[in-house]
Design a protein around this ligand. Structure first.
Ligand code: AMP
Length: 421
């Protein structure tokens, strides 16, 4: 057993507890996403938090997420496993394992883990909501998926989110393009930051993402992916753009949007929140990918998806004054001045009848019990004093509006409340 530190244990670096009312806000956010996704025919999938390390290696051998930031360890039986850093890999693993009927349209929500340097908007444990669709190679699906994320941001009340899109072309286009970028960056190697030079060796396209001014001065003249698209990929991208236009979803074409994973092809997109600091303003992203199912031993299957960062979306909501935490609500709060039997029995009866009800333990003055009633967000206070107890009645006080009150026989209480709620 390890010793308890002097000031008690604290959550690990980059990991946070979420308490009420923020926890209610998160739940409401996920519920909102669930509504948007289910309204578009997506079904929820619950995936394990840990997978065989190989599942994640397949997805991003050249990415920081996988090479440096993974929480991987050896399990008791010697298997190398890892906490999920994202949910696409697990989704593809599940696709290959269960062979569901295609198209398979799924949504998910949950925590992911990356050993990053924590700062505002960047944590080691963070939540995402997202979707994946397998088995459809149609540009209109790209539009559907993007529109779903867009609608979700709108439902939250966010007004300062921008959509950036790009096409990386087919696998071969991407390879040719990567090579062109590599040759170009090598020719200007001396001007790049040390970090960029290191990335260049592993994943040249990732250098295009660099936010350092020194690198950006070089990146600005890099070859453009649009000049490397095959006819087929260009046509697909034109149809995606036409679809977004038709749905009146504004977007910016962003040449530099390559995203981290090797498997992206054709459409890639990102959502940025202008209300957040530029360093941490990506509130979601996604794109089409191929070969993942094959790499995990399945049949070749088209895939597209996105993941949206819940923590950052909530920061953007704070910055825009959108999607506040829901107020606590309660149907009734029992204020028992005669020893506690009424509080015990009435809360139970009300809950059994499907209403929400709470009480205070340990009694206390009428004033302090009424304070608790107010804090609970209760619509009605149910007062039981000696008078009421004697006549088997309850005084029902409306805590909203004018504070009217009425005396109701206990036997009629549930019907009475139902009529007034
Ligand atoms: P990614 O899987 O890297 O494409 O990330 C998708 C979204 O998840 C990003 O746009 C962010 O909103 C969010 N995200 C990624 N990493 C973190 C992190 N370490 N902390 C908080 N949010 C994150």
């Amino acid at each position: 057993m390890t010793a308890t530190p002097q000031h008690g244990f604290r959550a690990l670096t980059g990991m946070r507890d979420v308490l009420a009312p923020e926890s209610s806000r998160r739940r409401a956010l996920v519920d909102t996403f669930a509504r948007a996704a289910q309204a578009a025919g997506y079904h929820e999938v619950l995936l394990p938090l840990v997978e065989d390390l190989g599942v994640f290696l397949r997805v991003g051998e050249a990415t920081d997420v996988v090479t440096k930031e993974m929480y991987d360890f050896v399990d008791k039986d010697g298997t190398r496993i890892a906490l999920r850093p994202e949910m696409t890999a697990g989704s593809v693993r599940a696709l290959v394992q269960h062979k569901p009927l295609l198209p398979w349209k799924i949504w998910y929500s949950g925590s992911n883990f990356r050993h990053e340097r924590p700062q505002k908007g960047r944590y080691r444990s963070f939540d995402q909501v997202g979707v994946e669709v397998f088995g459809v190679d149609d540009a209109d699906l790209d539009v559907e998926v993007i529109a779903l994320a867009w609608r979700f941001y709108e439902m939250l009340g966010l007004r300062q989110v921008r959509l950036l899109i790009n096409s990386l072309g087919e696998h071969d286009d991407r390879e040719r393009y990567t090579e062109a970028v590599r040759v170009y960056l090598e020719s200007r190697r001396g001007e790049l930051s040390e970090k960029a030079i290191e990335t260049l060796g592993r994943n040249p396209l990732r250098v295009l993402d660099s936010k350092r001014p020194q690198d950006q001065a070089v990146v600005i003249d890099a070859p453009k992916v649009a000049d490397h698209l095959s006819d087929e990929a260009a046509e697909h991208f034109a149809r995606v753009r036409a679809g977004l236009d038709a749905l009146a979803i504004p977007y910016t074409l962003e040449d530099r949007l390559v995203r981290g994973l090797d498997y992206y092809r054709r459409t890639t997109f990102e959502f940025v929140a202008d209300a957040l600091d530029a360093a941490q303003n990506a509130v979601g992203g996604g794109g089409r990918y191929d070969r993942l199912a094959e790499d995990m031993g399945g049949a070749p299957t088209d895939g597209i998806g996105f993941a949206l960062g819940v923590d950052r979306i909530l920061l953007a909501c704070d910055a825009e004054g959108a999607f506040p935490a829901p107020q606590p609500t309660m149907d009734a709060f029992v204020v028992d001045m005669v020893g506690g039997d009424a509080a015990r029995d009435l809360t139970h009866a009300l809950r059994s009848a499907g209403m929400s009800a709470d009480r205070r333990f340990g009694g206390g003055s009428m004033k302090s019990q009424m304070k608790s009633a107010d804090r609970s967000g209760a619509r009605f206070a149910l007062l039981v004093g000696s008078d009421e107890a004697e006549s088997n009645e309850v005084t029902v006080r409306d805590l909203r509006g004018g504070g009217e009150q009425r005396r109701v026989p206990q036997s009629e209480l549930i019907d009475d409340l139902r009529n007034h709620l």
